[in-house]
Write a protein that binds this ligand. Structure first.
Ligand SMILES: *[C@@H]1O[C@H](CO)[C@@H](O)[C@H](O)[C@H]1NC(C)=O
Ligand SMILES: *[C@@H]1O[C@H](CO)[C@@H](O)[C@H](O)[C@H]1NC(C)=O
Ligand SMILES: *[C@@H]1O[C@H](CO)[C@@H](O)[C@H](O)[C@H]1NC(C)=O
Ligand SMILES: *[C@@H]1O[C@H](CO)[C@@H](O)[C@H](O)[C@H]1NC(C)=O
Length: 229
């Protein structure tokens, strides 16, 4: 078990009757990214959107969120309880379809990184349609900096996100020894704005920025989703 819920969070969860939950079961993830050729934006968007039906039919795929960063690539995050479920997804129809389209639609080879989920917040299974996202990579300057950044994202910042009514979908994961990823989604623009404006985000940025070699969490739009808890 990778989560240690501080007393403050337990008190919060008890007093609010477990209205949302942190999901410690999904530990395995896939973080995929795709740089579309400019002319292929709309067709690649549609292709990724069609992935919802595919992952819906995958029993081992717990959560899947695909999105387009406003100024960056198409990405998706998929989460799994077991390594076998992740392997099944990676060998399945969606990666095959996306790889098959690469030659005509992508400017770079697609990337499918196997990642480790470090912390997440996923509201109940009746997920509303997620429309607005923030996602990206944080690369630490060195191993010491990586430990610090991991501490912030699984400690004070995670506690703050758990306490935010308006942020119900949030994942933090480790890509390699020094790189981390973050993905979050909201049903409304107002909710994302409330999060962006929160003291928790300012505090997180102040704590992380001095330790990061790369720190990019651009905003974007959700394309498709599967949310199970
Ligand atoms: C990309 O395609 C999507 C879906 O058709 C569209 O909503 C979006 O505006 C397009 N973006 C650009 C930069 O063309
Ligand atoms: C969370 O939402 C509930 C009901 O919508 C509200 O009563 C409560 O004040 C909110 N809590 C915070 C910390 O915003
Ligand atoms: C770690 O992942 C980051 C982000 O994907 C990448 O830029 C970096 O090259 C990777 N580092 C190693 C050592 O693989
Ligand atoms: C690691 O990176 C931090 C932040 O950039 C820096 O302050 C520190 O000196 C570095 N430590 C080592 C051992 O290089």
């Amino acid at each position: 078990m990778r989560f240690e819920l501080p007393a403050s969070v337990l008190v919060f969860m008890l007093s609010f009757g477990l209205c949302t939950r942190a999901d410690p079961n999904a530990v395995y993830g896939v973080w995929a990214s795709f740089v579309a050729m400019p002319a292929a934006n709309n067709s690649f968007w549609d292709l990724l959107a069609s992935g919802t039906a595919i992952v819906d039919a995958e029993p081992g795929t717990l959560q899947w969120l695909s999105l387009k960063d406003d100024a960056g690539p198409f990405v998706y995050l998929a989460t799994f309880k077991t390594e076998a479920a992740r392997a099944a997804h990676l060998a399945g129809r969606l990666p095959a379809a996306l790889k098959a389209a690469a030659h005509q639609q992508l400017a770079q080879a697609p990337v499918f990184d196997s990642v480790t989920l470090l912390a997440s917040k996923v509201a109940d299974g009746n997920a509303p349609q997620l429309r607005f996202t923030g996602s990206g990579n944080v690369v630490a300057a060195n191993a010491t900096a990586a430990a610090h950044i991991k501490g912030v994202f699984t400690g004070s910042y995670y506690d703050a996100v758990l306490a935010q009514n308006y942020t119900n979908y949030w994942w933090m994961f480790q890509i390699n020894a020094t790189a981390f990823g973050l993905a979050a989604a909201w049903p409304t623009l107002e909710a994302r704005q409330e999060h962006s404006d929160s003291a928790a985000v300012s505090a997180m940025i102040a704590a992380v920025e001095p330790y990061a070699a790369l720190f990019e969490i651009p905003q974007g739009s959700a394309i498709g989703q599967k949310i199970e808890v």
